[in-house]
Design a protein around this ligand. Structure first.
Ligand code: GDP
Length: 328
């Protein structure tokens, strides 16, 4: 059995080539839900959905979110309507008192659907409608995710990090904002003063089980993708006990994509592979790029870690397999 901790880009890329190395029937993917929002009443789980769509064979691989070939008619008309009505685009948070009432899963991440600030495709929206509908019927996010995974024909087990809410909040000179406002509405531009994980999520039984065997932390953002998973009660202790292999999202101090460098610096770590190793004291082995000369005090397997294709991902997955064997 092996468990991958996943955000929405680096680890899903790795998973795209993992099938021949790790039997999908023996693989669990533990997804970050710190980026989840409730937008116009719909529960959107961006990182779970990227895994759902990638493993389900329908992901838009240009953007690494959404469904390939999806249309955006509803989204476009929401903007036309708001503009005609003279409504400002937003992101439009619901008032403070509306953040904590009603459905528990949505705390501190509730946005009005007026002029929808995230682009939600029409089919993508059907997934969010189904997810929210099943939650409203009383099912847990874990159960709903399993149902959606079956619908998309996933061979791996996809498990959200918790059934409880956690909102990743970014503190900036412009004020505090949800990670999705920071990343989608402001394109990651505001300076980052601090990262806060708001909420007290507990581990579910499937999460506890998933951390009993080998754990792979793919090249996901250590702060906003893996950080929320580590903030789930009991997870950090379990990671300390499990054999853990980490794939670096850096080549020395060069990041492949996204805001990982700035977020690492804001959290007090060097934005580099050395900083990643410091950030993960429980890591037992690392997979680094062949061009990454970082000296670490734990075992290292090197390969070309750029993943532009499934073949690339399979090469990195093989290196992960080797690293896990070193620990066996
Ligand atoms: P997010 O949820 O979209 O932020 O995605 P993740 O946290 O899962 O992944 C973001 C990280 O993936 C970034 O820090 C990138 O450096 C890393 N990444 C993206 N592409 C590659 C790649 O081809 N190879 C490696 N090693 N890392 C990558």
């Amino acid at each position: 059995m092996v468990t991958f901790l996943s955000g929405g880009t680096g680890t899903p890329k790795l998973l795209s080539g993992a099938d021949d190395v790790f039997d999908p029937a023996e693989t669990t993917v533990l997804g970050n839900t710190g980026d989840d929002v409730e937008l116009g009443g719909l529960h959107v789980s961006p990182d779970l959905d990227t895994v759902l769509f990638e493993r389900g064979g329908v992901l838009d691989r240009e953007t690494w979110w959404g469904i390939d070939g999806d249309t955006e008619e509803t989204h476009a008309f929401l903007h036309e309507l708001a503009s005609a009505a003279g409504l400002e685009a937003g992101p439009r948070y619901l008032p403070d008192e509306r953040q904590t009432e009603g459905r528990e899963l949505a705390r501190w991440r509730r946005f009005s659907g007026v002029a929808e600030f995230m682009t939600i495709g029409d089919r993508d929206r059907a997934v969010h409608l189904t997810r929210t509908g099943l939650l409203d019927e009383g099912r847990s996010l874990t159960a709903v995710t399993r149902t959606l995974a079956d619908a998309f024909g996933l061979a791996v087990d996809l498990v959200p990090m918790s059934d409880d809410p956690l909102a990743t909040m970014i503190h900036t000179p412009r004020g505090e904002m949800h990670f999705q406002e920071f990343w989608v509405a402001h394109r990651g531009e505001p300076a980052i003063e601090a990262v806060e994980f708001r909420g007290e999520p507990r581990a579910t039984v499937p999460v506890e089980k998933a951390l009993e065997d080998g754990v792979v932390i793919g090249p996901s953002n250590p702060i906003t993708s893996v950080g929320p998973i580590r903030a789930v009660g009991g997870v950090e202790e379990r990671l300390a006990d499990a054999p853990v292999v980490v794939v670096s999202p850096f080549v020395e101090d060069r990041v492949f994509s996204g805001p990982a460098g700035d977020l690492m610096a804001a959290a007090g770590y060097e934005p580099s592979t050395a900083g990643v190793a410091e950030c993960y004291p429980f890591a037992d082995a690392f997979v680094l790029d062949s061009g990454d000369g970082t000296k670490l005090d734990r075992p290292v397997v090197r390969t070309d870690t750029t993943m532009d294709s499934r073949e690339d991902a399979e090469r990195v997955a093989r290196a992960v397999g080797e690293a896990l064997e070193v620990l066996a």
